[in-house]
Write a protein of this length. Sequence first.
Length: 66
Amino acid sequence: MKWSLNFDRCKGCGLCAEACPRKILAVREGRINKHGYCTAELTDEAACNGCALCAVMCPDCAIEIA
């Protein structure tokens, strides 16, 4: 499974990071999209098991697990 983020759709709300059971998502300052939001980032791709809780919680459908 591969985690991907629609960078310009993310508004950095942090709901994905709160939902992640492995705590491998974070909203990082310095990753700013065209709308001026700091965006989510997967901090450890190898630790992601593809549970998709982050994608379910994202109100903007910015996260995809494929």
